[in-house]
Design a protein around this ligand. Structure first.
Ligand SMILES: C[S@@+](CC[C@H](N)C(=O)[O-])C[C@H]1O[C@@H](n2cnc3c(N)ncnc32)[C@H](O)[C@@H]1O
Length: 439
């Protein structure tokens, strides 16, 4: 398609100077008043960018030649991370500390743009899950904390039955030998060399308790094969794609270890993907909320109950977990039997608040919605219940910024923000924001 504003068409190449990173795994560049979102580039670089997509108001492009390179540029450790290659990682060409700065800039920019709030942001690396041996100068050699962390991987299967990962913004499967960011136990499995004529996808889980499970999604016809970001680039939505699965290997429930407990969760249910994420996020929620004995709490979008368990251990009081997925609720019921003050409500949070299935007063709220965020109605419902503090755990900075904007409009303040690199090499970042009523 051709851009009527500048006569640019998909496939055209232009020289641009790259500016700041933007939400979505790319940087901004400008050409004759047009905005280009350029992947595979770094701020400050002069590149030849090839237009990949035309949209009203902006163009998408890939940096295909680097004319002036940033000092933060490194050789991608994965051979499939290049224009037209695997779309699972956005930042393989970026040094580890620069990935943290990139993500901090994106979170700060989203807060400025969508919540009209200037707030300093620092992104912290998570403790490494894999022993560090032989790390290269870029910090991304074998044993690097940037690689080998991904405990849940979903491979797509193409029409020829080959398994791989998806191209960026495409249903095209890129066959690969192994995914370098996957947990070593996942990389060692011989799944990618085999044909999969009867399946649409293969899902692999390597749990912190040492279990390894493989599920397949039997084909519903190739035209209906699942695609999009959820298969490769969206680590958070692993559990949300629905569909029938068959267990190929491993236990029906895997053991996860977090907040001093052993959890049994089905591999198709939600669990934090980075092995260090569950403990880090739960500790941060507790650190920010400072729960004390007797305080009543809500854990909204509670999954198997990670945050409810962490908070209830301090309060010993009624904690209501709201979760819409029957799998998540069943896991919560089975895993929290020793914490009788936790009540599980199987419902959508919007419905639970609106139909008064949960009502205030409440002291503390943990809010951990999917990528779309909580939305204004849910935020208003929480504010109406008048908690003293809300810990908002967010996997999408734009959704977080929109919801923070709603809180600010209701007279609340963002008082602390912690951000973690729970998804190294990808554009994704996890934030924990503390919101408190003003005054
Ligand atoms: C990001 S996960 C967080 C789960 C849990 N807090 C954890 O850290 O393990 C979001 C959860 O919200 C659930 N969910 C999605 N939409 C929902 C809704 N409208 N109401 C309630 N739960 C929802 C999903 O099933 C998923 O378990």
């Amino acid at each position: 398609m051709t851009d009527p504003g500048s006569d640019l068409a998909e496939g055209d190449r232009v020289e641009v100077v790259v500016e700041a990173p933007a939400h979505g795994g790319h940087c901004v560049a400008r050409l004759d008043g047009r905005v280009l979102f350029v992947r595979h580039a770094l701020p400050g670089e002069r590149v030849v960018a090839e237009v990949t997509e035309w949209r009203r108001g902006y163009l998408r492009a890939d940096a295909v030649e680097i004319l002036e390179s940033s000092p933060d540029r490194v050789e991608p450790p994965c051979p499939y991370a290049h224009p037209g290659g695997c779309g699972g990682c956005d930042l393989q060409h970026v040094a580890g500390d620069a990935q943290l700065r990139w993500k901090a800039d994106v979170v700060a920019e989203q807060l400025r743009r969508l919540a009209k709030l200037h707030f300093p942001v620092r992104v912290e690396a998570l403790p490494t899950a894999v022993p560090r041996t032989g790390a290269s100068e870029s910090g991304a050699g074998p044993g690097s904390p940037l690689l080998g962390w991904r405990s849940r991987v979903r491979y797509a299967v193409d029409a020829a039955g080959r398994a791989g990962l998806l191209q960026h913004r495409s249903h095209q499967v890129v066959p690969i030998d192994r995914c370098r960011i996957a947990h070593p136990a996942v990389q060692e499995l011989d799944l990618l060399a085999r044909p999969w004529p009867d399946d649409d996808a293969i899902e692999v889980t390597a749990s912190t308790g040492g279990d390894l499970a493989v599920l397949t999604r039997p084909s519903r016809g190739r035209a209906a094969a699942p695609g999009g970001d959820a298969l490769t680039g969206d680590p958070v939505d692993f559990a949300s794609s629905g569909g029938r699965r068959e267990r190929l290997a491993g236990p029906a429930e895997v053991v996860e270890e977090a907040v001093g407990r052993r959890w049994r969760v089905p591999p198709e249910g939600f669990w934090q993907i980075h092995p260090a994420a569950a403990d880090t996020l739960a500790a941060t929620v507790v650190e920010l909320l400072r729960p004390v004995e007797g305080e009543v709490a809500w854990d909204l979008y509670g999954g198997a109950g990670l945050f409810a368990a962490a908070v209830a251990a301090h309060t010993g009081a009624r904690t209501t977990l709201v979760e819409s997925s029957p799998i998540g609720c069943a896991a919560a019921r089975a895993n929290l039997t020793d914490l009788p003050t936790i009540e599980i409500v199987e419902a959508r949070v919007e419905t639970a608040l609106h139909r008064r299935r949960i009502t205030g007063p409440v002291d503390l709220v943990v809010l951990d919605p999917p990528r779309s965020g909580a939305g204004a109605r849910v935020v208003r419902g929480i504010a109406d219940a008048r908690p003293r503090a809300v810990a908002y755990v967010a996997c999408d900075p734009a959704a977080l910024a929109r919801d923070v904007g709603t809180f600010l409009g209701l007279g609340w303040r963002l008082t602390q923000l912690r951000a973690y690199d729970c998804f190294p090499m990808t554009q994704h970042v996890e934030c924990v924001a503390l919101l408190e009523p003003a005054g």
